[in-house]
Design a protein around this ligand. Structure first.
Ligand code: ZN
Length: 173
């Protein structure tokens, strides 16, 4: 959203999926509203840790039905439209021509939107991606020109399903 109408080159700030783990939006396993998976209270944030070492202590919290579940994850799963800890379906996911577009939270979704928007304007040039970044690991279909309009439409739709900032678990769509 921030990049809309802005002509500056997109710069990969070398985000990693781990940078978005402090708040992962999921579909509540009890009421299907938007719930959130966060570090358990007193758990340090992950972003200063090296890749491969996200903290396993997490809490799922649903403000709609008051569900609270804690876990110490033994298996973390990345690269699928599920939260890495409880393995519940992500809130932010949608089909784009047979592929699943997904994001952990609003910041992650905005990063994808900014990237796809900028890439559109720089068609024919290589994306300035860092070797280890989240963006360079994106699947080819996200970078494909023929999918970009559809992807941006989908991202806008997903943004609209986000709960208001002040109420982490908003009304169901
Ligand atoms: Zn719930």
């Amino acid at each position: 959203m921030a990049a809309k109408g802005h002509r500056a080159r997109f710069q990969d700030r070398r985000e990693h999926l781990y940078d978005f783990l402090d708040e992962v939006l999921v579909r509540c396993p009890r009421c299907t509203a938007c719930a959130v998976v966060v570090p358990r209270p007193s758990t340090p944030p992950d972003r200063t840790k090296p890749p491969g070492a996200p903290h396993p202590d997490r809490r799922l919290r649903c403000d709609t039905c008051a569900l609270v579940r804690d876990t110490t994850a033994t298996t973390l799963t990345f690269g699928t439209p599920h939260d890495p800890y409880f393995h519940h379906p992500l809130w932010l996911q949608a089909d784009v021509r047979g592929h699943i577009l997904w994001a952990y939270n609003a910041q992650h979704l905005t990063l994808l939107e900014t990237y796809v928007s900028a890439h559109l304007r720089e068609r024919g040039t290589a994306a300035p991606a860092a070797p280890t970044s989240l963006l360079e690991r994106l699947p080819t279909w996200i970078k494909s020109a023929k999918n970009r309009t559809k992807i941006l439409q989908t991202i806008h739709h997903l943004h609209a399903t986000l709960p208001p900032p002040d109420t982490p678990a908003g009304p169901q769509p």
